[in-house]
Design a protein around this ligand. Structure first.
Ligand SMILES: O=C(O)CCC(=O)C(=O)O
Length: 221
């Protein structure tokens, strides 16, 4: 039976060449777009997570999310039994969320422009950490104040299958493989499409270790 190393190489063999792949009318996967930024991003990400460590959050329905979450930026997304919302303070410490790292903002603004959304001004970045088996159910990003701005989503570490649905939860979503350094941008007519992540396969990424980290930037306030 192949071990985690064999799986890792199998997944990497599937990685797409750099380029822009359209997955919706106003939605794109920018293959490998974040790779040139990784050396600047990782130390900044470590600083953010030292200040606001990952935590397991509970949904209003009482379920513990399998992905661990943190945030940075003027606003951070949180959930508990009372509902989903953005807050200016980390509920664990009552301190402001860590500032949005400049390299992260610049990468997101450039990626948004590459996908046709000029002047993206993110004020919130949700950070999701997936270990093997963790997933994200189909949902819409609806807690932002207006939907004119796109969502910019950066994948790091283990590969994932991203589910990109339509505007109805029941419609079968398309499955999009995402790899370390890929950036997905969706907005405009696609801004409220359902999306999620299938359970992450066991493995060890050469840079990120046994995890996938996703950084999702939005204009929330
Ligand atoms: O991890 C991902 O690729 C998607 C994350 C997501 O759906 C979200 O943060 O709303």
């Amino acid at each position: 039976m192949p071990g985690p190393t064999a799986d890792l190489f199998a997944d990497h063999a599937l990685q797409q060449p750099a380029g822009r792949e359209q997955i919706g009318e106003q939605s794109y996967v920018l293959r490998g777009y974040a790779l040139p930024w990784i050396d600047r991003l990782l130390p900044e990400l470590r600083r953010v997570l030292a200040q606001a460590p990952f935590r397991q959050m509970v949904t209003p329905g009482g379920f513990t999310m399998s992905a661990a979450l943190s945030s940075c930026g003027d606003l951070g997304w949180t959930t508990d039994t009372t509902g989903y919302r953005y807050t200016p303070f980390d509920p664990r410490t009552q301190q402001p969320w860590p500032a949005l790292p400049e390299a992260l903002r610049a990468l997101a603004v450039e990626a948004a422009a590459e996908a046709g959304f000029a002047a993206f001004a993110p004020d919130a970045c949700l950070i999701n950490r997936y270990v093997a088996g963790a997933k994200m159910s189909l949902h819409q990003d609806k807690n932002e104040r207006d939907y004119a701005a796109p969502v910019v989503s950066i994948s790091l570490g283990l590969p994932a299958i991203f589910l990109f649905g339509s505007h109805a939860r029941a419609d079968k979503p398309q499955k999009v493989s995402l790899f370390h350094g890929d950036v997905v941008v969706w907005g405009g007519v696609d801004r409220l499409r359902f999306h999620g992540v299938m359970p992450i396969k066991d493995g060890v990424h050469p840079v990120m270790g046994p995890q996938r980290i996703n950084l999702t930037l939005r204009t929330a306030g």
